[in-house]
Write a protein that binds this ligand. Structure first.
Ligand code: ASP
Length: 435
């Protein structure tokens, strides 16, 4: 059996947490491949190493020296000392500092936290260190090259008994370092799990897995015991941020399950994410997630349903302005598009003009300050009346629903509400289905 374990920033933050990591690895001989993040925050007002490294790159570009690098050295020197390790970090620091001042892109600087964490953990565990730049490959245009990576990573890791690999980065064909988006060590872990054909990908973090709702909104929400890949995609995309939303892709083809675990409570079973599930145990819904910051454009035109090419013309206007849409709930004589505010920045007026010219609607209305709330769960399709319960609960809580979009897979019901009603909507749905 092979387990690939990824440990996040809080697991790497202190000597104490790194000792817990070492105990977790030592307690199971199947935990042979370890992927690590840069050291994260030790306390609320602390700085993440990755943030300091981005600042170093900025300073180097602006004033030619990276003043903040001393903070990185301090953190890793302290960890080395407290863990009683012998690795000589001085020449490594010198090289990093020098290269940060030479690189035009921030990626090299940003990646060094993971690099340093992995060197320390490799010595602590007595595992082999394998640099991510040798196994994770990006194309010339900077996009991740999944198939080449898998070929090369499986070849290089095939005969290894164990290894520690830094998360978050890889290299382009010219050797330049490239990072994934923030939180990307989760993706690196998934890539390694695919390459070694792991039986499970354990993603160790500082919470007991996914919760059924955001704990900042619902007090003590229940944990999600099992999630399907598809449910995970829906929840992660809509804001549940325990795991990087792209982590699923490397694991999908091989059907490798993900277990979200808590380094600080290792006996808790956490959340198990499987290719398929029949729902979250006895619960009707699996989880609720949401995000604020959307705008909906409602378009009304009599006989719209008979007008050939109406949707194409409308969508072309949006596409030509390089705008991505989220949802498109449609009626007989009305259609609407829901767009993230960031996509519309500086483009709303020109978009409305172009829609007027292209489809000559009877009426266009714009609703700003929309929040989307997704109620997700395979269990919903087996239970009649779920939608009815959801809408009555929202009505009872006086939440005004501006948009409804039920995914064709019956896996989710997405509603659009005013931002001011967002928290109330999530509480109402949770209370209806979970309490
Ligand atoms: N250290 C990186 C970040 O802070 C990547 C990661 O932790 O996954 O985003």
């Amino acid at each position: 059996m092979i387990k690939v374990c990824k440990f996040g920033g809080t697991s790497m933050a202190t000597a104490e947490s790194i000792n817990s990591v070492a105990n977790i690895i030592a307690s199971d001989k199947d935990r042979r491949f370890v992927v690590v993040s840069a050291a994260g925050k030790r306390f609320k007002s602390d700085e993440k190493i990755t943030d300091i490294l981005y600042a170093c790159h900025k300073e180097a570009a602006e004033i030619g020296v990276c003043k903040s690098f001393v903070k990185v050295k301090d953190r890793y020197d302290t960890l080395k000392k407290e863990l009683g390790l012998s690795i000589d970090l001085e020449p490594i620091y010198n090289e990093i500092e020098y290269r940060i001042t030479k690189e035009t892109l921030p990626d090299y600087a940003a990646s060094r936290g993971e690099y340093l964490s992995a060197l320390l953990i490799a010595e602590k565990l007595n595992y082999e260190f394998i640099d991510a730049e040798t196994i994770i490959k990006f194309s010339d245009d900077g996009t991740f090259d999944a198939e080449y990576t898998n070929d090369i990573a499986s070849m290089l890791l095939k005969d290894k008994n164990n290894a520690v690999i830094p998360g978050f980065y890889g290299a382009m064909p010219n050797g330049q370092i490239r990072v994934f988006s923030r939180g990307g060590s989760d993706v690196s872990g998934a890539i390694v799990a695919r390459a070694v054909n792991a039986d499970v990908y354990e993603n160790w973090t500082d919470v007991n897995g996914f919760m059924m709702a955001d704990p900042r909104i619902v007090e003590n929400p229940k944990n999600i015991k099992t999630l399907s890949y598809k449910e995970l995609r829906e929840l992660a995309y809509m804001g549940a941020n325990v795991l990087h939303p792209e982590s699923i892709f490397p694991l999908k083809a091989a059907g490798i399950p993900i277990n979200i675990k808590n380094t600080f409570e290792p006996d808790n079973k956490g959340t198990m994410i499987m290719p398929k599930t029949n729902g979250n145990g006895s619960e009707v819904i699996t989880g609720i997630a949401g995000t604020k910051g959307f705008t909906a454009i409602f378009i009304e035109k009599s006989m719209m349903n008979n007008e050939l090419g109406f949707c194409r013309k409308l969508l072309s206007c949006i596409e030509q302005l390089g705008i991505n849409i989220e949802h498109m709930p449609t009626g007989i004589d009305t259609t609407s598009v829901v767009i993230h505010d960031a996509e519309l920045e500086g483009k709303l007026d020109i978009l409305l003009e172009r829609i007027e010219d292209a489809v000559h609607p009877d009426n266009i209305e714009v609703f700003k300050n929309l929040a989307l709330v997704a109620t997700v769960g395979h269990g919903m399709s087996y239970k009649a009346g779920t939608a009815g319960r959801l809408f009555s609960a929202l009505a009872k809580s006086k939440v005004n629903i501006r948009m409804i979009d039920q995914g064709s897979s019956e896996l989710n019901i997405i509603i659009g509400v005013e931002c001011a009603d967002y928290e109330r909507a999530i509480k109402a749905i949770y209370e209806e289905f979970v309490k």
